[in-house]
Ligand binder design. Structure first.
Ligand SMILES: [Zn+2]
Length: 231
């Protein structure tokens, strides 16, 4: 199943091995590694990957070609496009495909270099292993915290109305206010999200052990500058 997705790409590499095999096409495994570009897209894609992405072999492991996959909900077609656009921007030589699944769309791109760009890649699920940013990733996130937060909230986050009920004078009153939630089962990823919100000056708290909530009015409007509603 997984090999089918990238068959065309694999065939392309077989026939044109020079296209992606060159180390020069990857800023991280070059002799003199530099920060991958464009930084804002790298930060956004890192947020998406940590939130809801995975990296696995595309086909025969001996070929060392990897598939980056981000699962996007069909309710937000704009986010599917934004994810595909960011993948294309970060690895312009690699094709990006969308694969329809029930209720969701996988955005997929195959490259030899995804593990260079996401060294967090490893066996098992993300919440069962330590997730730490590499020094150079930290640098990117520090430069583009808003884009990183945007990626996190676009994958595992939510912006919606919270309804609360208050009773006084014997009458019920309902209030609605917008809030953001970010849910993830990895404590490391939750803390990365929290640190980034601190950096952006957005007040937050844990509303559940696996959920960060941004609910204060000023905090929501500050985060709106970077994230905003899903679309
Ligand atoms: Zn590389």
């Amino acid at each position: 199943m997984s090999t089918g997705i990238c068959r065309a790409t694999l065939r392309d590499w077989r026939d044109h091995p020079e296209k992606d095999g060159s180390r020069a096409s990857c800023s991280r495994c070059a002799d003199d590694p530099t920060l991958p570009e464009p930084g804002a897209d790298c930060a956004y894609l890192l947020g998406l990957y940590l939130g809801d992405g995975c990296i696995s072999f595309a086909g025969d492991p001996a070929k060392r070609v990897w598939k980056l996959r981000v699962v996007c909900c069909d309710s937000w077609p704009g986010l599917i496009q934004e994810c595909a656009r960011a993948m294309r921007a970060v690895r312009p030589d690699n094709k990006v495909m969308t694969v329809r699944k029930p209720g969701c769309t996988e955005v997929v791109s195959c490259s030899k270099h995804w593990p260079c760009l996401f060294p967090q890649h490893g066996p098992g699920r993300k919440h069962t292993r330590k997730i730490e940013l590499a020094e150079w990733q930290r640098e990117i996130v520090d430069r583009y915290p808003g884009d990183f937060a945007r990626g996190l909230f676009h994958s595992d986050g939510y912006r919606g109305l919270n309804r609360v009920r208050r009773t006084w004078d014997g009458a019920e009153h309902w209030y609605e206010y917008p809030r953001y939630l970010f849910t993830n089962n990895s404590t490391d990823i939750l803390w990365l999200c929290g640190q980034t919100l601190d950096q952006l000056g957005v007040a937050w708290r844990f509303s559940k052990p696996n959920t960060i909530s941004v609910a204060r009015r000023e905090a929501v409007s500050r985060l709106d500058e970077f994230v905003g509603p899903k679309y």
